[in-house]
Design a protein around this ligand. Structure first.
Ligand code: FES
Length: 61
């Protein structure tokens, strides 16, 4: 499913960025471009980041 229409980023693209270490919407934007344009998808990005954290707690916590 598309999360960010501005850059055509999908849920998978964002999940990959989170897996590679992005932990904020800014870092996701830096990693794959999602959220870097109009910003309408940032809420969704944050929800994906939060969900990913619950599934795979990072050792840093
Ligand atoms: S929809 Fe993601 S930046 Fe516009």
């Amino acid at each position: 499913m598309y999360v960010c229409l501005c850059v055509g980023a999908t849920t998978q693209t964002v999940c990959d960025a989170v897996e590679r270490g992005a932990s904020t919407s800014k870092e996701v934007a830096a990693a794959c471009g999602a959220g870097a344009d109009c910003g309408r998808c940032r809420r969704t990005l944050r929800a994906i980041i939060a969900a990913a954290r619950e599934l795979e707690p990072s050792p840093a916590r």
